[in-house]
Design a protein around this ligand. Structure first.
Ligand code: 5GP
Ligand code: ZN
Length: 113
């Protein structure tokens, strides 16, 4: 866990462009954005991926979605936005601290490739 990139970002050991922070959630800009708005929304608690969400830690995941809804309102994302959580290497997960990509500011295709 101490070797986790996103835990180090939360701790301030690695710099990031912070967008939002509260007691349990941290939001920062993705270092390689794929849309005009590309934020990473993460729990401060280390959960490695989506299939490790359970009844003891799902409260923070629900809170992440409350934060996303608030950010969407504050940022006036009325044209829409996309939230993505890649789970596992085949799905494209490269950092194993659960995260939700918040993407906005351009059209998106579906189904995603
Ligand atoms: P994943 O591929 O796991 O779904 O998403 C990981 C994301 O973390 C990628 O979009 C990648 O650009 C981003 N990322 C990787 N390293 C860093 C970093 O050091 N700082 C920030 N802000 N984002 C990072
Ligand atoms: Zn972590």
């Amino acid at each position: 866990m101490n070797d986790c990139l996103f835990c180090k970002i939360i701790a301030g050991e690695i710099p990031s462009k912070k967008i939002y922070e509260d007691d349990t959630v941290f939001v920062f800009e993705d270092i390689a954005p794929t849309a005009p708005i590309h934020y990473l929304c993460i729990p401060k608690q280390h959960i490695s991926k989506l299939n490790e969400v359970n009844e003891s830690n799902s409260g923070v995941i629900a809170h992440i979605y409350e934060v996303i809804a608030k950010l969407a309102k504050d940022l006036d994302l009325k044209d829409g936005f996309r939230v993505v959580s890649n789970c596992g290497e085949q799905a494209g997960q490269s950092v194993f601290h659960i995260h939700f990509h918040l993407l906005a500011g351009r059209p998106f295709q579906w189904p995603a490739g």
